[in-house]
Design a protein. Structure first.
Length: 412
């Protein structure tokens, strides 16, 4: 079956025009206003999702609606049809005997339900296995749920490689369905209703879902076998197309610094082993793109490079991280006379992670496929815009390197 790519291209252009119209209508109606986005709390596991969900399922929550939202949760999310709400007890961060804390527990005289939630955080050693042991020790009918953005399986690290029954849940399906049911039940409670509408929109965003209006326009376009095939093949190759653009960015940025920094105190090196081959030769854009695309599929791989000062033993890394975009990481390698906090403050890299200090770039640049639901920087497909981003990031890096140099002199 031959694909009529020209016709498909025309349909995509038409779709983009309709998407822009939908977005403009949303802006005019104020639908793009979202308190979670404004406060940069979209992906905060504890302060946003855990706090809001707990208040809703807690019969004593600030909503003052008793069991209303808990009953919907038990029914729509957990699928429990025989649950006694007479003496129900809902807890958050419920401690286990070995000192761990379960995100949510729901308990009555017969049931003990434990729910572990993950947004961006990784699994801990034996985490789910310990929660299952704790639940079983209650001597009640116990169930363990594992809630993630897309309903993925827990890692072997969390289960310790053991096979036991736990139930996977997702924000994409079960939680969004529950929130929409809560919205419907809150028709006469405008403050609660509007807050939940904003939260539902955040769930759609972080799980990569479009609005219903856009979805319906896509449905209209994919209406015959040839168009369906074209759309599917394009979707299957979309990751690599974006990987090529990401690779082009890193390649251009690396090449620029490789020329100008080689004679200075800072030495450029591929700390992440993603841009160079075994012979320390810079890979082609296509080879880097292949590493990025395959690496992203396997997860837990960072892409970027680093600057190392052999005299001061300081390392500055720049890389793309899941949900934050471009990040910097500052490391003091065995120079006892230098205080990493002082250096970090001098360039605005102050967040702590072990012996490192890290901070986000002020340049809003995000590649496709890292933080699900994040809006990637589409402007990278314009050559002039790509060049502008390379210059912006390069200037930011130079500013950081100069700031570190100055801080080292001041400390010395």
């Amino acid at each position: 079956m031959d694909i009529e790519w020209y016709e498909f291209e025309k349909l995509l252009i038409t779709l983009q025009g309709k998407i822009e119209l939908i977005e403009e209508i949303q802006r005019q109606k104020g639908e793009t206003f979202n308190i979670f986005s404004i406060l940069n709390m979209e992906r905060h596991e504890v302060k946003t999702h855990s706090a809001l969900m707990y208040d809703l399922i807690n019969p004593k929550g600030s909503h003052s609606q008793g069991n209303k939202y808990l009953e919907l949760f038990i029914d729509r999310v957990l699928g429990e049809k025989e649950f006694d709400f007479t003496n129900v007890n809902v807890k958050r961060e419920d401690p286990t005997d070995d000192g761990r804390r379960i995100d949510f527990t729901i308990e009555n005289s017969n049931y003990f339900i434990a729910i572990e939630m993950k947004i961006d955080a990784g699994d801990q050693d034996k985490q789910l296995m310990d929660y299952m042991t704790h639940a079983n020790n209650t001597k009640k009918k116990s169930k363990l749920y594992y809630l993630t953005l897309d309903g993925k399986e827990a890692s072997e690290k969390s289960t310790n490689g053991e096979a036991f029954d736990y139930i996977r849940l997702s924000f994409t399906l079960e939680i969004l369905d529950w929130i929409e049911a809560c919205i419907e039940k809150s028709a006469t409670l405008p403050i609660i209703r509007e807050s939940l509408i904003q939260y539902a929109n955040i769930i759609r965003k972080i799980t990569g879902q479009t609005t219903q209006e856009v979805t319906m326009e896509v449905v209209k376009i994919i209406d015959n076998p040839k168009i369906a095939q074209a759309a599917t093949e394009m979707a299957q190759n979309l990751g690599y197309v974006w990987a090529l653009k990401e690779a082009e960015f890193w390649h251009t940025l690396w090449s620029q610094f490789n020329k100008e920094e080689s004679k200075k105190s800072w030495v450029l090196h591929d700390d992440f082993e993603t841009l160079y081959d075994e012979s320390d030769k810079l890979l082609s854009v296509q080879e880097i793109a292949h590493r990025i695309d395959s690496g992203r599929a396997s997860k837990d791989i960072l892409f970027g490079f680093a600057f190392y000062n052999d005299v001061s033993k300081v390392n500055l890394k720049i890389y793309q991280y899941n949900s934050t975009g471009l990040c910097y990481q500052l490391e003091n390698l065995n120079n006892v006379s230098l205080d990493i906090d002082t250096m970090g403050k001098s360039i605005g890299i102050t967040k702590k992670f072990g012996k490192y200090r890290w901070g986000e770039s002020k340049i809003n640049l995000k590649f496709y496929g890292y933080g699900k639901g994040d809006v990637p920087t589409y402007e990278l497909f314009n050559d002039n815009e790509m060049d502008k981003f390379v210059v912006l990031v390069a200037n930011e890096i130079r500013k950081h390197l100069n700031g570190i140099d100055k801080a080292i002199k001041d400390i010395s």
